[in-house]
Ligand binder design. Sequence first.
Ligand code: NAD
Ligand code: UGA
Length: 444
Amino acid sequence: MNIAMIGTGYVGLTSGTCFAEVGHTVVCVDTNTEKVEKLKQGIMPIYEPDLKQLVVSNQAAGRLSFTADLNEAVRLCDIIFIAVPTPPQLDGSVDLSYIEAVSRSIAGALKSEYGYRIIVDKSTVPVSTGSKVGQVMMRYAPEGIDVDVVSNPEFLREGSAVSDLLNPDRVVIGTDSERAMDMMKRIYQPFNAPIVEVDLASAELIKHAANSFLAMKISYINAVSAVCEAAGADVEQVACGIGLDKRISRHFLNAGLGYGGSCFPKDVKGFIHIADQLGAPLNILKEVEQINADQLERFLKRIREKLWVLRNKRVAVWGLAFKQNTDDTRESVAIKLIKQMCDEGAQVTAFDPEARETGAVALDGYPVTIVDDMYACAQDAEVLIVATEWKEFAQANFQRLRECMALPIIFDGRNLLHAENVVHAGFEYHSVGRKSLYPAGGEQ
Ligand code: NAD
Ligand code: UGA
């Protein structure tokens, strides 16, 4: 099938590429012409494991192309996906101006001689957005246009997007049109995934409800981690004990510094806002947000207690990205932590395997030194903070690290390091929801 993917960001680029990988012909459209030109040359705008090779091979096979010409893509393709940003506004509501702008552009590009077209919303949107897109088609497309609007939310995670897309847990398709449903099922047939066939509004709600549920799970275990710290219990043991219950599951029960990223914070806010607007408030999610904010503050308080004052302290931070295996620093808790430390006068040096450039942009104006080696980052530091769950941090040589640092103090905000290795190398080790551990010589 011929697919147009409007918006070539994390979702559009990875999902467009995976549609090409399973045999469809895909045109990715973006208004950012520099990005389009680079992609034509196989230069990736983002770091996402396994993506580059698929982009290059599918372009070479003639199944994947990039353009800034939306009109041409609408002429060529029966199915037009929208994957543009839906950022939060100050009041928590979702900025739908990108969706509106693209919908109008599509309506303006449609011609009755092209035949039937399906407009599929893949961006995360509040319930009822799809029906508004339908209204835009009625208002702005020429008369006699044969078009259906579908909601097909995306559940990929950054850092494992390619594998999530090629092996989805489920595919949600929301539409009242049988014809559109049949075509959508044909598109997804090569993925061999369970298909959830629902109406448009339910599909939109599934996405907000799923992301908010996952955020709630994280906040739940983080709230439990505070109780563990107060009671001298171990949150990892608690998570294991409750997670083995299949009804609960161990996934997304990793206590840490809280959730970040371009989606959970904005989607929880967006869901709260639309629920309020509909007169069905989701107060539970307000608490989820509060716990998420408290989690970082509680961690910072423990660091302050240990170092006494932060002013002029040499602090090393491992991690800038909002999670492992990505260069994305949008709403990264690591960035928030560093900004707070700088505001309190600490001298921060940071390292991230992939997010050094995006991190530098996010920290523009803050006196942070970003280095390209994790040991150089820790040189002469009085404390090391692990802020992102990159696997390579756990695999560090802790003897070597000990020789770099001025004081042997580690705060692990992701419960990532192997406590025994760390303490054996002479560090005192502070983590989340667990007792602090000290080397034989005792506390520094
Ligand atoms: P992004 O910012 O990475 O990419 C969006 C792209 O759209 C950019 O390249 C931008 O240039 C382009 N764009 C903007 N206006 C355009 C227009 N009028 N025409 C063509 N292109 C245009 O965003 P993203 O992270 O891919 O997110 C897109 C949507 O998908 C959001 O609603 C997000 O919530 C949702 N989502 C994101 C993820 C994720 O992991 N990032 C996962 C699931 C769903
Ligand atoms: C999340 C969802 O997992 C995807 O299903 C969804 O498609 C996507 O949002 C979206 O809508 O954009 P993503 O934000 O890429 O994916 O990454 P996650 O792995 O969910 O992590 C989000 C945040 O939660 C990270 O900051 C991570 O460190 C944190 N997290 C995750 C925890 O603190 N504990 C956990 O147990 C899991």
